[in-house]
Design a protein around this ligand. Structure first.
Ligand code: RB5
Length: 146
């Protein structure tokens, strides 16, 4: 599994914690920044990361900003992306099982690193259930491709 990781200035510290987790889990990942303390614009990092997932170059993506909201809005504009804003372990599991989410977004100003790490472990370790959920995703994809 290949994972792309990105954040704006509001998510640098949590992004680094997640990078350390991915190292520890021996997951092949690419961190595309930002490498700054100064204010940047979340779409400048979220959209390129989403494109890497949409193109199939990476299987999944993790995006961090202050709230997770901006990254979620930006990533979901990229065709083929199902980015879930997740701040609890239940939703991390459910969004893989039901939505086949290929990206998650979180807010560094919303949750602590301990919970974020549990969320990432759960999300990466949960499979899509298919079945009726696949039909529902199919309807979203059909609309997206109109
Ligand atoms: C940056 O201040 C903040 O607006 C951004 O990180 C994010 O929370 C936007 O949704």
């Amino acid at each position: 599994m290949r994972v792309v990781l990105a954040s704006d200035h509001g998510g640098v510290s949590l992004r680094k914690e997640i990078a350390a987790l991915l190292e520890e889990m021996q997951i092949d990942y690419k961190d595309i920044g930002c490498d700054c303390e100064d204010s940047v614009d979340y779409p400048d990092y979220g959209i390129p990361a989403a494109e890497l997932v949409a193109s199939g170059e990476y299987d999944k993506g993790i995006l961090i900003c202050g709230t997770g909201i901006g990254m979620s809005i930006a990533a979901n504009k990229v065709k083929g992306i199902r980015a879930a804003l997740v701040h609890d372990v239940f939703s991390a599991k459910a969004t893989r099982e039901h939505n086949d989410s290929n990206m998650i977004t979180m807010g560094e100003r919303v949750i602590g690193p301990g919970l974020a790490i549990e969320i990432v472990k759960t999300w990466l370790g949960t499979d899509f259930q298919g079945g009726r959920h696949a039909n529902r995703i199919g309807k979203v994809t059909e609309y997206e491709n109109k």
